[in-house]
Design a protein around this ligand. Structure first.
Ligand SMILES: Cc1cc2nc3c(=O)[nH]c(=O)nc-3n(C[C@H](O)[C@H](O)[C@H](O)COP(=O)(O)O)c2cc1C
Length: 417
């Protein structure tokens, strides 16, 4: 599982725009994901969000003034220490004023001077946000161009309602989207999220994962070797793209990915109940769980005793959760299934796709080394309704998850801005 934020040192520079009010939520996302966050705010920012709020959430004093830092029992040159300390510098919101300072090498407050002191190979993410025509002003655009040339990743603001009541380009993206950009930058990418990846922002993605357990008696159950790793990787990848993710999972020791809402279940029937409560609001339903096809007709209330040399168990078919979603899905909803086959893989997977009214099915072979249950890697073939099948080479389940989401984005409607 990706723990990319775990232990990462994030400098969050907040400048004095109205969107600074979103920063406490962003700090929480970083902290929840295991990152250390040092907030630096400009003097003006205090008009928009209190330093105390950000200090409590980040568990560190908020810094503003280069000289004020001497008052604290810390390093003799805090700005230099922070520049060395950070794994990433993220400025959100970046006002027109702060953009100008960063683009021109000013160093008259803690934010701008730490920006100068940052090690050159560390990612710098800048999120301009401003009202009215400010963003399109020639000087602002010139400064952005300069920052890009200097190696910053500048994420353009979104189109939408602005604080002034105007509608236009200037909105700061939501904290989940900023977080997703930060994850991407830490993973080594200097690109902004591409068009497909952006489609996940604000979407509700429901993922099922792991094996179900079908009770025989108080101490025994029927289950399978599924570890839940593929489903957890999908939930994590979707969350990193800014989706709201519900993960319905069988028992597994895997840690819940940051920002993902987890529902623990045991049996197929419990999984169906949990899933049904999510059907209506799911934009995409990804069934990565290995649900037992059958369960014992009767669950013994006492432990079965060993007696005869043979023993038979009567089983009854379990509900088909994915087919239930497929049967009721609305045109905007996307259904994705998994198929694990030992023979006639593509044929069987195609049949399953049509029978269950899916948009896409991911076939993983149970025969190939490094693929299938309880391993870190997978070999996937993605099949769509038009019958097109694309096989991918052996890859880590985390990368398989990203590949699947990228393909599945084609079925998601573009988000209205
Ligand atoms: C209510 C209000 C909202 C503002 N919002 C923004 C904004 O969203 N973006 C921006 O660039 N400037 C905004 N400004 C102007 C900045 O606060 C101002 O340029 C300030 O000097 C920025 O200082 P700083 O960059 O050091 O934080 C706003 C000003 C006010 C009074």
């Amino acid at each position: 599982m990706s723990d990319i934020m775990l232990g990462k040192k994030i400098l969050l520079g907040v400048s004095g725009g109205i969107a600074a009010y979103k920063m406490p939520l962003l700090v929480r996302l970083f902290v929840k994901a295991g990152a250390e966050v040092q907030v630096i705010m400009t003097a003006r920012t205090k008009q928009f969000v209190t330093p105390d709020t950000l200090a409590v959430l980040s568990k560190r004093p908020v810094l503003t003034d280069v000289f004020g830092a001497f008052a604290q029992p810390s390093h003799w040159a805090e700005h230099i220490r922070l520049g060395e300390w950070a794994d990433m510098f993220l400025v959100a919101p970046a006002t027109a004023n702060t953009l100008a300072k960063l683009a021109h090498g000013f160093g008259d407050d803690m934010l701008s001077i730490v920006y100068l002191a940052l090690r050159p190979n560390k990612p710098r993410l800048v999120f301009p946000a401003m009202d009215g025509e400010m963003f399109t002003a020639a000087s602002v655009q010139r400064n952005i161009e300069q920052l890009v040339q200097d190696g910053c990743t500048v994420i353009p603001p979104e189109h939408g309602d602005l604080a002034s009541g105007l509608v236009g380009v200037g909105r700061l993206p939501e904290p989940e989207t900023i977080f997703a950009h930060a994850v991407k930058a830490l993973a080594g990418s200097t690109d902004a999220l591409d068009e497909d990846e952006q489609k996940y922002r604000g979407k509700h993605i429901v993922v099922t994962a792991g094996a179900t357990r079908e009770k025989i008696d108080p101490v025994r159950f029927i289950s399978n070797y599924s570890s839940g790793k593929m489903g957890f990787a999908l939930a994590e990848a979707a969350a990193q793209l800014g989706a709201t993710v519900t993960l319905i999972t069988g028992k597994t020791p895997l840690a819940t990915p940051p920002t993902v809402a987890r529902i623990n279940i045991e049996s197929a029937e419990e999984m169906l109940r949990a899933a049904e409560s999510e059907f209506a609001r799911a934009d995409m339903f990804i069934a990565a769980a290995a649900v037992a096809d059958y369960r014992p007709v009767e669950v013994q209330s006492e432990k079965l005793k060993k007696s005869d040399s043979e023993f038979s168990l009567r089983l009854i078919k379990n509900p088909d959760i994915l087919a239930a979603f497929g049967a009721q899905k609305k045109p905007h909803q996307v259904a994705i299934g998994f198929a694990l086959e030992t023979h006639n893989g593509i044929e069987n997977a195609k049949e399953k796709l049509l029978k269950k009214n899916l948009d896409m099915i991911v076939l993983n072979s149970a025969n190939e080394a490094g693929a299938g249950f309880d391993v870190e890697t997978n070999i996937i073939t993605i099949i769509t309704r038009d019958g097109f099948a694309e096989k991918f080479p052996l890859m880590h389940k985390r990368n398989a998850a990203k590949t699947i989401l990228k393909k599945a984005a084609a079925f998601l409607s573009a988000i209205a801005s």
